[in-house]
Design a protein around this ligand. Structure first.
Ligand code: ZN
Ligand code: ZN
Length: 254
């Protein structure tokens, strides 16, 4: 499984894109940085966009890739998530007021995007991989994803505070290679992290204690770039050599 990190931060600043991964050149995991990082032919290869939740930093490039693909691609891009999350996106984004409803354009029979609801806690085949949406604990309905191919399993939390279900499922998986987990704020901002459904480095340490499945690499994402040095130092204090801050632009082969 090939993963390219198009963006991995919890805010947007020059040089810091919001979260977006490109999987096997065709599947996007969260839409925080598609159109500013991929050229037109790379965007035309996108067939599916997995969404963790409806917050703007995770969906903001869906409108722009949809607009870019008019007259360029003949396939429909599937916007995939749990039902509640898709309902928010349809109601509040593709509602003709904020952006045109590209699920009806250019024609209702051959639209640019289609919303594909997936049940939680079930493996769903998608090209060469399977995806499983699992509920996590955020300010709104939100899921993480367990993503597998024949060789490897990776876990992506999306935005979450302390959570349980995704770790119970993770602990049952084979071939677990990597966990991508959020850590948004430094420890001194714990109250804000708690109130907004995010983790601090000490919260991260608590989550890592729930994982009992081999020795996967742990990659930290959704850090707020304005607090990055502080978060980095506090993550260092956890003292786990398998924990790495994720870097924008890096690629992995699992
Ligand atoms: Zn969020
Ligand atoms: Zn976010």
């Amino acid at each position: 499984m090939k993963i390219r990190i198009l963006g991995c931060y919890g805010a947007e600043l020059s040089g810091f894109n919001t979260v977006s991964f490109l999987i096997n050149d065709a599947i996007i995991l969260d839409a925080g940085a598609i159109t500013s990082t991929l050229n037109l032919s790379e965007q035309a290869k996108i067939t599916d966009i997995l969404v963790s939740h409806s917050h703007l930093d995770h969906i903001k490039d869906i409108p722009f890739i949809a607009a870019n693909m008019v007259g360029i691609t003949h396939h429909t891009i599937n916007i995939i998530s749990a039902e509640a999350i898709l309902t928010y996106i349809k109601a509040h984004l593709f509602n003709d007021a904020i952006w045109p409803d590209f699920a009806m354009l250019p024609t209702p029979d051959a639209p640019i995007i289609k919303f594909q609801r997936v049940p939680t806690n079930q493996d769903i085949p998608l090209h060469d991989i399977t995806i499983r949406a699992v509920r996590v604990n955020h300010l709104v309905d939100a899921v993480g994803y367990i993503i597998k191919d024949k060789m490897s399993t990776i876990v992506y939390t999306g935005d979450t505070g302390p959570t349980e279900e995704i770790w119970e499922e993770t602990n049952r998986e084979k071939n677990l290679k990597a966990i991508f987990i959020e850590t948004s704020f430094p420890n001194r901002m714990k109250k804000l992290a708690d109130d907004s459904g995010h983790l601090t480095p000490s919260g991260l340490a608590g989550e890592l204690k729930k994982i009992h499945n081999g020795s996967p690499d742990i990659f930290i994402l959704h850090t707020k770039p304005q607090h990055l040095p502080e978060i980095k130092e506090e993550i260092g204090h956890i003292g786990n050599p398998r924990v790495h801050l994720l870097n924008q632009g890096e690629s992995f082969q699992f």
